[in-house]
Design a protein. Structure first.
Length: 670
């Protein structure tokens, strides 16, 4: 029931509140979804705040951990034209609230007005008004603060000299005390907004995907999790942070797929790992040929010794042999002939997979059980999940499940594998997925890459969608990689690793430059690991493992490559050359990346840099240290020549070294 005053006005909406707060940023869809940051980030908040007339305002940015009753406060700085700004650092995982509070500040308004008065009588009256304001603050203060305020009030009311009173009015101590004990009874507050704080790995990391069954040792037909353990030094040597395994569960036998996605195969065919479930178990079991849950725990522990985290694939779909089909027929859509329609994504057909029916009457129990799949693997020590095709499951399910899981385990990371329409990909990111696959694999030209990378690093998307760039996956062998040879793989690696803090490759297919499609025009691999065991020669002389290791070392050593916001493209007079800069938050680490997008021919051009904006002296040479080759070059001015041969190294990753003393003296300073 709304309380009304005797005049018929809403008592809760005090008409004396004059401060107006609008356009608080960042916010997503009017505050419907939280923005995202990682531990240690500064969340910068801006708002439009104003009032009628010419009185002075006081604005605060308030923040707290979600669920806490106590707000912490930061004074907002006026930027002009009614815009205000402040920031705070997020130091705890989980959700945090923030909002803007503002009120008309009688004391600051009084000080501003006093400074413009010159008539002695006006000044005397103004000092008395100021004394009343300070007296009111005495009531709100305690202890020494109240004592000091009483002294200021007395000095304003009966000063020894007018000059002394004016000096007291301008005192920083008085301003501080009045701010700390201000009357906020008529303050306006914006609606609370939220920020989700993740650990750094949610934003930054290099992913390596491999099939455990293809890690078999010499003479073995089928690899195991123990064989994966033996592969860890290889993955660590290349500098990867995350080892991602496709589904490790038992594989169904009904309509099992064989080599190159063939049907009607013999019992020896290993099948697709995404056809989950058999008599040996379902989503909470390990394929017997791979080992046991204890083997997975051991693998995760050994990986941590190498500084690597384990990521598991979660695919919510079933083989016709999955225990769910018999135990929970209510979770599937049955046709009149007593069968379930297998999954399709025309022209692709997945005859070995049943989809769940999320519109079934039994949807609550289905939701709970699927969340339980995450719970099970979390109990085994897994904290990173790549989720297969989340866009084919209801948005409401993901919002519920991810919020529940993150509330219980705020260190969890979820990668969304949704190559869907942009709005769907963005919706999944808003709902709680930590990272997202992107369209990067199909962006090849300078214009395409520039437009797409700029889109990913601009608001509002940059506030919630963290891109993870993959040049290849078990499903994606692009035309560029099919025909570009070794240079094409090097180009795509450098672009992925330097355009985004998170990137990944599907190996060993990538470092061994697997480029054979199933058929002309197809992006499917010939002899794909999705349907058969492969044995890889990891010691091949043409392997890119050394190049990959160098790129990942550069990523680790340069903070400029660990942020998703600091990307700027520079002009080059050749469309086959792309150039862009990255820099650290404190600007101490400045990188320039130049890539030859043509995998066949040497390309050259003149590159233009905004020297002054980069903190460089336009009248002095500066050193460009190529972190890929180790070479150092002296450049002059805004315009410099670059040339790249794709058959040696098709890219420069320059670290800009400032304040080179002279061309003769090659000493440099950071």
């Amino acid at each position: 029931m709304v309380e009304m005053t005797e005049h018929g006005l809403d008592a809760a909406d005090d008409g004396r509140r004059r401060a107006v707060i609008e356009d608080v940023r960042p916010q997503i869809d009017g505050g419907r979804f939280p923005v995202k940051r990682v531990l240690g980030d500064a969340l910068q908040v801006e708002a439009a705040v104003f009032c009628d007339g010419h009185d002075r305002l006081r604005c605060l940015l308030q923040h707290r951990r979600a669920g806490s009753r106590r707000w912490q406060e930061v004074t907002m700085e006026g930027l002009g034209n009614d815009r205000w700004r402040a920031s705070f650092r997020v130091t705890e995982l989980g959700r945090h609230d923030y909002r803007v509070m503002a009120w008309v500040d009688p004391f600051e308004s009084w000080r501003h007005d006093l400074a413009r008065r010159s008539d002695p009588e006006d000044v005397r009256m103004a000092l008395l008004i100021g004394a009343d304001l300070v007296d009111a603050a005495v009531v709100r203060a305690t202890g020494y603060d109240a004592y000091r305020l009483e002294g200021f009030a007395a000095g304003l009311r009966a000063p020894s000299t007018v000059e002394e009173a004016l000096a007291a009015a301008e005192s920083e101590e008085l301003a501080r005390l009045m701010a700390e004990h201000a009357d906020r009874s008529l303050a306006s507050t914006s609606a609370p907004l939220q920020v989700v704080v993740d650990r750094e790995r949610a934003r930054y990391g290099a992913w390596y995907e491999m099939f455990p069954r293809s890690c078999a040792g010499q003479g073995q037909a089928h690899g195991s999790l123990r064989d994966c353990e033996a592969r860890l030094p290889y993955v660590a040597e290349m500098g990867f942070d995350i080892l991602y395994l496709p589904p490790i569960h038992p594989i169904g036998h009904t309509r099992r797929k064989g080599p190159n996605n063939t049907l009607h195969v013999g019992p020896e065919a290993p099948g697709s790992p995404w056809a989950i479930g058999s008599a040996e178990g379902g989503h909470k079991a390990v394929h017997p040929a791979l080992g046991t849950v204890e083997d997975l725990q051991r693998l995760a522990a050994r990986a941590r010794e190498y500084g690597i985290e384990l990521a598991l694939d979660i695919a919510f779909q079933c083989s016709p042999d999955h225990p769910y089909v018999e135990a929970h027929p209510e979770w599937f859509a049955w046709r009149p002939d007593g069968t379930v329609q297998y999954a399709e994504n025309p022209p692709k057909k997945y005859q070995d997979i049943y989809p769940f029916n999320f519109e079934a009457e039994a949807w609550p129990s289905l939701w709970q059980d699927l969340k339980g799949v995450f719970d099970f693997w979390i109990e085994q020590g897994v904290r990173i999940f790549r989720v297969d095709n989340p866009h084919t499951k209801p948005f409401a399910f993901w919002e519920w499940a991810l919020n529940q899981l993150k509330a219980e385990h705020p260190d969890l990371i979820f990668l969304s594998e949704a190559f869907a329409r942009p709005r769907i990909m963005h919706r999944l990111a808003k709902l709680g997925f930590s990272q997202s696959y992107t369209y990067f694999a199909w962006r090849n030209t300078k214009w395409e890459l520039t437009e797409y990378a700029s889109e990913l690093t601009r608001p509002p998307g940059v506030e919630y969608l963290r891109p993870n760039l993959w040049p290849n996956t078990p499903d994606i062998l692009t035309e560029y990689l099919q025909f570009g040879g070794r240079p094409a793989f090097m180009v795509r690696l450098v672009l992925a690793a330097t355009m985004s803090p998170s990137y990944g490759i599907y190996g060993p297919a990538f470092e061994l430059q697997e480029d054979r499609p199933l058929r002309p025009g197809s992006e499917e691999y010939l002899d794909s690991e999705k349907y058969q065991v492969r044995h890889w020669d990891l010691d091949r002389r043409d392997s890119l493992k050394g190049f990959i290791a160098r790129v990942n070392a550069i990523r680790r050593d340069n903070p400029a490559l660990k942020s998703e916001r600091n990307l700027r493209f520079y002009a080059v007079d050749n469309d086959e050359l792309i150039a862009y800069g990255r820099w650290s938050e404190d600007a101490s680490n400045l990188l320039l990346i130049v890539v030859n997008l043509d995998p066949y021919h040497r390309q050259s051009g003149w590159l233009e840099l905004p020297i002054s904006a980069m903190g460089l002296d336009p009248h002095q040479p500066y050193q460009m240290h190529d972190l890929l080759s180790g070479a150092r070059h002296l450049w002059h001015g805004e315009r410099n020549y670059v040339e790249l041969d794709p058959h040696s190294v098709p890219a420069h990753i320059f670290r800009v070294r400032r304040r080179v003393r002279s061309e003769r003296d090659f000493e440099y300073f950071l």
